[in-house]
Design a protein around this ligand. Structure first.
Ligand code: AMP
Length: 215
């Protein structure tokens, strides 16, 4: 299952919920890159400036990451892709990767939102520095002020690419390079959409309905 939508559409949050619901792998290229940057690996060093500026990392780097990640055991019975593919080159490479393994894309879901909505959402985002659990000033605050619900951590941070200027760059790239791959899936009859402006639980329900109709 592929989730496609602009930054701030809720792909990461929904992917985690679906991962739990279906017990399948959850593959977020953004999270893989942030881990590589945090560990200061060679790949992380190459990607850091691009990610922090809100630009795309080259297709070959991303495809390498995905092809290694889908070999992991949690992806054996299927997986959700969050943030990949983002270009037509990546969409075609994904088909080749899957074909080699006797797999295919079952369903692609566009999470539809409006630019102003996502700018407001991303502006309020922050995450636990220890475990990465995501929060939002208006929509999801920790139960106890200043303490992470998940791990008890007390330090929080905003993503380096979540400033308003970077969000605009990321949105522009979404409209220029990612939205144009939707017809590729539509022509195969596997594209669905959900209304991402609704609250989180509502969007999860919409996604479950989409999944229930997939063979
Ligand atoms: P995300 O967490 O999906 O918003 O991704 C964060 C950042 O990682 C993006 O703004 C890009 O810099 C980079 N990135 C993630 N996935 C991709 C991809 N499929 N292609 C190119 N760059 C990516």
């Amino acid at each position: 299952m592929i989730l496609i939508g602009p930054p701030g559409a809720g792909k990461g949050t929904q992917a985690s919920r679906i991962e739990e619901f279906l017990s399948i792998g959850n593959l977020s290229t953004g999270a893989l890159l942030r881990d590589a940057i945090a560990s200061n690996s060679k790949l992380g060093k190459q990607a850091k400036a691009l990610v922090e500026a809100g630009n795309f990392v080259p297709d070959d780097v991303i495809i390498g990451l995905v092809s290694a990640r889908i070999e992991e055991p949690d992806c054996e019975n299927g997986f959700i892709l969050d943030g990949f593919p983002r270009t037509s080159g990546q969409a075609e490479a994904l088909d080749r990767l899957l074909e080699k393994r006797g797999k295919k894309v079952d369903v692609v879901v566009e999470i539809k939102t409006e630019d102003d909505v996502v700018v407001e959402r991303i502006n309020g985002r922050f995450a636990c520095k220890t475990c990465g659990e995501g929060y939002h000033k208006a929509f999801k605050v920790p139960a106890e002020d200043g303490v992470c619900d998940n791990c008890g951590g007390t330090e929080f941070e905003q993503r380096a690419d979540d400033s308003e200027e970077k969000i605009r760059t990321r949105l522009a790239l979404y409209h220029e390079q990612t939205a144009p791959i939707l017809p590729y899936y539509e022509s195969r009859g596997i594209l669905r959409s959900v209304d991402g402006t609704k609250d989180l639980d509502d969007v999860t329900e919409q996604l479950k309905e989409v999944l229930a109709a997939v063979n």
